[in-house]
Design a binder for this molecule. Structure first.
Ligand SMILES: Nc1ncnc2c1ncn2[C@@H]1O[C@H](COP(=O)(O)OP(=O)(O)OP(=O)(O)O)[C@@H](O)[C@H]1O
Ligand SMILES: CCCC(=O)O
Length: 362
C-alpha cells in the first residue's frame, strides 16, 4: 500500500502500447508503483479504432490505482507517451485540446501512443492538474538534406522511438561524464519496431522511419524493393488496408516465421529451422548496415553506439550486430526501455521549473 501524504511531485505516467498499457506512479524521482496490463485480442477486438479503447484502458488504470489505495487527488501531474503529432523538436510539451484533437483525428497516422495524451488529458482535466508528453514519436530534428527521398511528393518523415532513444542517450552521456548536447552518438532501438538514429550534439539529425524504412523488425517490413511492392499493390491480391497491416504488423520476421517473438524464433532455429536462422541473421545484418549508414551521416565522428529495446536482451543478436559495427565506435547495451522514467523525469523538470514546457501549436 502506498503512503498518500500530499507531495507536490506525484506524477501518474501512462504509456499505451499496441497490446499493453504500462503505467507508473512517481513521487519525485522515486518510483512508487509500476504496472503492465496486457490487452488480449478478445478484449480489444470489439473496438474498431484504437482511440475507441480510451475508456477501456483508462478504467483499468483507475481500478488498479484504487486497489493500491492511491488517492487521485494526490496527483500533481499526468504524463503520457506522445503520439504521431505534427513534427516537433524534442522536449516536454503541455497537452492541450488542440493536441488531443489532432491525435483523435490521427491525421498523420495511427499509433498506440496516440492514446497516451488523450488519456492523460482526459484524467488531468477531471483532476484539474496539468498533463504533459515528452519526446513524442514525431520528434523531428532532421536536417534538410535528410528529408530528400528521391521523389518530391514523398519526403522522408521523422518518426522514431524518440522517448527511449533520447533517454538512453542522456543516460550514457552522464555515465561518460559528458552532456548529451555535447556528444555524437548512434542509438539503435530494437523493439517490435526498429529505429536507428544518429544524434549530433543533442539533435536526432536523421532516422529510418520504422513504418516504412530501414531494417526488417519483428513485425514490420522496413524498407522493401519498391518496384516489386508497387506490382504487388496493383495485383489485386490485397486491399489497401491489408497491405498497411502487412507493412506495420504482419511483415518482417512475422511474415517469414509466423512469430514476432525473437525468443520463439531462436527456439525454431535451435530445432533446425534454417529459415529462422537466416531471418535472425538478416535482422542483425540489416541493423548493422543501418548503423553503418548513420555513421556516415555523422562523418564517422561517433563516440559510441547504443543498442536498446527488448531485442537488446538477446545476446546472440547483440553479438552479431557488435561484430559488424564495433570497428566504428564502442558499443553500449541498454536492454529494454526506460520510457516511464523518461516521462516522469521530463515532467519533473517542468514541475521544478528547470525547463519550460513547450506549447503545441496548430
Ligand atoms: N529476453 C529477451 N530475449 C530476446 N528477445 C526479447 C527478450 N525480451 C523481449 N524480446 C523481444 O523484443 C521484442 C519486443 O521489444 P519491446 O518490448 O522493446 O517492443 P515494444 O515495446 O512492443 O515495441 P517498441 O519498442 O517498438 O515500441 C520482441 O520481439 C521480443 O521477442
Ligand atoms: C512510429 C515510431 C515508433 C514505432 O515504430 O513504433
Amino acid at each position: 500500500m502506498v503512503d498518500n501524504c500530499l507531495l507536490k511531485e506525484r506524477i501518474l505516467v501512462i504509456n499505451p502500447g499496441a497490446t499493453s498499457t504500462k503505467f507508473a506512479v512517481y513521487d519525485g524521482e522515486t518510483l512508487l508503483i509500476k504496472r503492465t496490463v496486457e490487452h488480449f485480442a478478445a478484449d480489444t477486438s470489439p473496438f474498431v479504432k484504437l482511440l475507441d479503447q480510451y475508456e477501456y484502458r483508462l478504467r483499468i488504470i483507475l481500478e488498479q490505482l484504487a486497489v493500491e489505495k492511491i488517492d487521485l487527488s494526490t496527483f500533481n501531474a499526468v504524463a503520457a507517451r506522445g503520439g504521431i503529432l505534427k513534427p516537433l523538436k524534442g522536449g516536454t510539451y503541455e497537452i492541450t485540446q488542440e493536441m488531443v484533437n489532432d491525435l483523435r483525428e490521427a491525421k498523420r497516422g495511427e499509433h498506440a501512443s496516440n492514446l497516451g495524451a488523450v488519456m492523460a488529458y482526459g484524467l488531468a482535466e477531471f483532476l484539474k492538474i496539468p498533463s504533459y508528453i515528452v519526446d513524442p514519436v514525431s520528434v523531428d530534428e532532421m536536417e534538410p538534406v535528410a528529408r530528400i527521398s528521391g521523389l518530391p511528393d514523398l519526403p522522408r518523415i521523422s518518426l522514431s522511438h524518440a522517448l527511449n532513444t533520447k533517454a538512453v542517450a542522456r543516460k550514457v552521456a552522464k555515465q561518460l561524464g559528458k552532456k548529451y548536447e555535447e556528444m555524437n552518438l548512434i542509438v539503435a532501438h530494437l523493439g517490435t519496431g526498429i529505429s536507428v538514429t544518429p544524434h549530433k550534439l543533442g539533435r536526432m539529425i536523421d532516422v529510418n522511419n520504422p513504418k516504412e524504412e530501414g531494417p526488417l523488425s519483428p513485425d514490420r517490413c522496413g524498407g522493401l524493393p519498391v518496384g516489386q511492392f508497387l506490382r504487388l499493390a496493383f495485383s489485386g491480391t490485397y486491399t489497401f488496408d491489408e497491405l498497411k497491416e502487412i507493412l506495420n504488423h504482419k511483415g518482417g520476421m512475422y511474415a517469414y516465421l509466423g512469430t514476432a517473438d525473437i525468443r520463439k524464433a531462436f527456439s525454431m532455429a535451435a530445432h533446425g529451422n534454417e529459415e529462422a536462422s537466416l531471418v535472425l541473421e538478416a535482422l542483425s545484418y540489416q541493423v548493422a548496415k543501418e548503423i553503418g549508414g548513420m555513421a556516415a551521416v555523422l562523418s564517422g565522428q561517433v563516440e559510441c553506439i547504443i543498442l536498446t529495446g527488448g531485442i537488446a536482451h538477446s545476446e546472440p543478436i547483440v553479438n552479431a550486430i557488435k561484430s559488424r559495427v564495433q570497428f566504428i565506435a564502442p558499443v553500449i547495451v541498454i536492454p529494454g526501455e526506460e520510457e516511464l522514467e523518461a516521462l516522469a523525469f521530463g515532467t519533473l523538470r517542468v514541475i521544478r521549473g528547470e525547463e519550460e514546457a513547450q506549447m503545441y501549436s496548430v
